[in-house]
Design a protein around this ligand. Sequence first.
Ligand code: NDP
Length: 291
Amino acid sequence: MSAVLLDGKALGLKIRQSVKERAAALKQKGITPCLAVVLVGDDPASLSYVKSKEKALAEAGMESRDIRLPQSTSEQQLLSIISELNKDDKVHGILVQSPVPKHINEEKINAAVAPQKDVDCFHPDSVGNMVLGRPGFLPCTPHGVLMLLREYNVLVAGSHVVIVGRSNIVGKPLANLLIRREYNATVTLCHTGTKDLKYHTLQADILIAAVGSADLIKPDMVKEGAAVIDVGINRVNDSSLPKGYRVCGDVDSAVIQKAGFFTPVPGGVGPMTIAMLLQNVIEAALATAGK
Ligand code: NDP
C-alpha cells in the first residue's frame, strides 16, 4: 500500500488564487494589502524563507515592505522599527523572521508587534485569543495543517492525534486548535521528556512531526494506515548535489508505504504556511477597510 499524498503545493496555489482575487477587490477600494517582512542577519535558510514569502506576496498582487537589517542590529533599534511599522497605515501585517540573533529577546519583539498586524500570531494577545477560541489570526503553519486535513477529508473528529514537538510556533498551537470542538480530536503532545516516543507514535491515527530532526520517524513507529503530517524542514549535507545539501522532513520517506496519508517535503506543509500567511494579510487589510 502507498499513502495518498497531501499536496500542499496544489492546495496552497488554490488558496493563493483566491487571495489574489480578494487583493484585487481591495485594490479597487484603494487598499493594497501590504506585509512588512523584517529579516535581521544573513542566515541562508531564513533568507530563503523571506524571499519565498515576498515572491508569493508579489504574485498575489500584494505589497511587501522588505526590511533587511544587519546581524549587529540592537534590540532597541529593532523595537523602534516595529513601532514605526505599527503606526504606518499602509502596512497591514508585520512579520519578523524567526530566529532573531541571540542578543535580541524574541519574546519582547513578538509582544511589540501590534496585535491587529500580528499575522504570524506570535503576540501573547493573539495566542490567548487562539487558545480561548476568540476571533483573531490563526498561526500559519498549524492552520495550514488543518486545511490540508480538511481538503483530503482526513477524519479528525474522535481521532487520536499525536504531535511530536511542543514549540510555540507549531506543536502547542496545533494541539490547542485540534482540541477545539470544531475539530474534536484527542491530542497527545510529545517532546524530549517523553518516555518511549515509539509507544506514543504507534497509537496515532494522525501523526504530526514538528521536531527539526531529519528522518526521526521511521516506519516501525507508525500505525498502518495513519495520516502522517511532516512539518519538518531539515537540510542534510549531501556533496553529490549541486547545492551541497538536500532538504528533508522529520519523517523517513519509507513511511509512505505504511501510512494512509502522507505530506511530502518539500511540497506538503511548507507551501500551506505561506498561503495561510497571505490569507492573514488579506484579513488584516480587510479589517482596515472596515474601519
Ligand atoms: P523547535 O526546535 O522550536 O521545537 C522542536 C520540538 O521538537 C521541541 O518541542 C523538542 O522538544 C522536540 N524534540 C526535539 N527532538 C525530539 C526527539 N528526539 N523526540 C521528541 N521530541 C523532540 O522547532 P520548530 O517547531 O520551530 O520546528 C520544527 C521543524 O519544523 C523544523 O524542522 C522547522 O524547520 C520546521 N518548520 C516548518 C514550517 C513549515 O512551514 N513547514 C514552519 C515552522 C517550522 P523539547 O521542547 O523538549 O526541546
